[in-house]
Design a protein around this ligand. Structure first.
Ligand SMILES: Cc1cc2nc3c(=O)[nH]c(=O)nc-3n(C[C@H](O)[C@H](O)[C@H](O)COP(=O)(O)OP(=O)(O)OC[C@H]3O[C@@H](n4cnc5c(N)ncnc54)[C@H](O)[C@@H]3O)c2cc1C
Length: 422
């Protein structure tokens, strides 16, 4: 009996398990297990919408038992803490699991770069729990602002403004999407708590000089303009020095200022999950725990360990930067890993080099606006906002149809196209 163990049920892990089952599920002497600390798969790309009330958290969490109901994949709920490559065994808080092939797809976590006070005082935006916690914080701030009465009217006003100040640190894809949703949600909450919108201050700060630097400057300008029109203040070339309980210290042009704030939301960077970092200490790796692999998507140090999604470090031939930590790379690497394991197990077909081909970047800002840069062969082009917005939603529907099956497609369409803010 050969055991294939997939660690992590994010985009990369779930798809790897699905593709493996399609290829190997009919074989009696193969077992496929999928291990995650959670019982559900999170559609992480919509976390910001759940944190700001546009989507219900349940609508972006899919029970693994349901996804794999008719698939020959064993689902294990456990948090893995150790990988013993010599014994080919991984250990979790609930059990020990032997493998012949291990697929490491444990994803990422927020990175605070050792900035004092950050891990204690910010609200990260990575897991479903983060989204639920952030939504509660946002709503609580509006409630408190509506009830606040201090000594004088001036002091009351200042405290209300502090409570309703939100700093979003990081103007990459995640930060921009969150800031847009927050600007919309703030208007709803102002109406709910009878507060003037003028009290709300959403500030997006980044150490780099522009938003979403992986887009061309022209598209970054569009993103920035739209956010400003929504009432978001943008501060670039600003370094976070410290995060205190009620203030954030920024350094701009060499000058440090402590700015009163009610909430600091962290979308400034990610590093690999702890278990990937554990592995990275013992094998060749590069940059925040990403495992260097051999082109067949195996760790260069251990051919029994395959790596998919955010955990992989791979520089495609002729490219200057590694594959991006984005969903398209998860999807394509999952397929490649499954194909190569199946070829190795069965001896049918040949293992193949990973040759990803990415189709672009899409960013939604609030409910109705999006920018996209689409790649078609050697050409790159941007598309109008309504097209970009529909494409992003359509891609989500296609993804969920693949993962959950056609019977769930109507459920997805309802959430993607018809769940709108009032
Ligand atoms: C708000 C937001 C918006 C985004 N928008 C986009 C977008 O529009 N387009 C895009 O391409 N990308 C986007 N991304 C990035 C994208 O979500 C990631 O690239 C993707 O989730 C990575 O998938 P993965 O499968 O590698 O890891 P993950 O999705 O992080 O999944 C890893 C899984 O491993 C599990 N795990 C980790 N450690 C352990 C352990 N020790 N034991 C057991 N289980 C463990 C976790 O519970 C998790 O389920 C966005 C991310 C965020 C946060």
């Amino acid at each position: 009996m050969k055991h294939v163990v997939v660690l992590g049920a994010g985009y990369a892990g779930v798809l790897t398990a699905i593709y493996l089952e399609k290829k190997l599920g009919s074989l009696e002497d193969i077992s496929i297990s999928l291990i995650d600390r959670n019982t559900y798969h999170t559609m992480r790309t919509e976390i910001h919408a759940a944190a700001t009330g546009r989507m219900d958290p349940q609508s972006i969490a899919f029970p693994l038992e349901k996804i794999f109901a008719r698939r020959k994949v064993r689902i294990i709920t456990d948090t893995i803490t150790e990988i013993d490559r010599t014994a080919k065994r991984i250990t979790g808080t609930a059990g020990v699991y032997d493998y012949d092939y291990l697929v490491l797809a444990a994803g990422s976590k927020p990175c605070y770069f050792g900035i004092p006070g950050a891990s204690e005082n910010v609200f990260p935006l990575w897991t479903l729990d983060d989204a639920v916690r952030l939504k509660k914080q946002i709503e609580t701030q509006f409630l408190k602002a509506s009830e606040t009465q201090v000594e004088t009217q001036i002091e009351t006003q200042a405290e209300k403004q502090r409570l309703l100040t939100f700093h979003v640190v990081g103007a990459g894809l995640t930060g921009v999407e969150l800031a847009g949703e927050l600007a919309e949600y703030a208007r709803l909450l102002c109406a709910r708590y009878s507060l003037p919108y003028g009290l709300v201050n959403i500030v997006m700060a980044d150490a780099l000089p522009r938003a979403v630097p992986n887009l061309p400057e022209r598209l970054s300008d569009k993103v920035e303009k739209h956010l400003k029109d929504m009432g978001v203040s943008l501060v670039f070339s600003a370094k976070v020095i410290r995060v205190d309980d009620n203030a954030i210290v920024l350094e701009i042009n060499g000058k440090q200022s402590s700015l009163p704030t009610g909430t600091v939301i962290w979308s400034a960077g990610i590093e690999c999950a702890d278990i990937s970092q554990f592995m990275a200490k013992n094998v060749e790796s590069c940059g925040r725990g990403r495992i260097t692999q051999d082109g067949l998507l195996r760790s260069v140090a251990d051919t029994a360990v395959y790596v998919a999604g955010d955990n992989m470090f791979y520089l495609p031939p002729g490219k200057k930067s590694p594959v991006p930590q984005m969903v398209e790379n998860c999807e394509q690497s999952a397929k490649a890993v499954a194909d190569n394991i199946a070829a190795d197990v069965t001896g049918n077909g040949r293992t193949k080099q990973y040759k990803p081909s990415f189709h672009g970047v899409m960013i939604s800002i609030g409910n109705d606006y999006a920018v996209a840069q689409i790649r078609m062969g050697p050409f790159k082009m941007s598309v109008p906002s309504p097209v970009a917005n529909s494409m992003k939603r359509f891609i989500n529907v296609m993804y969920l149809t693949e993962v959950l099956g056609i019977s769930q497609v109507f459920h997805c369409i309802r959430h993607e196209f018809f769940t709108k803010r009032k």
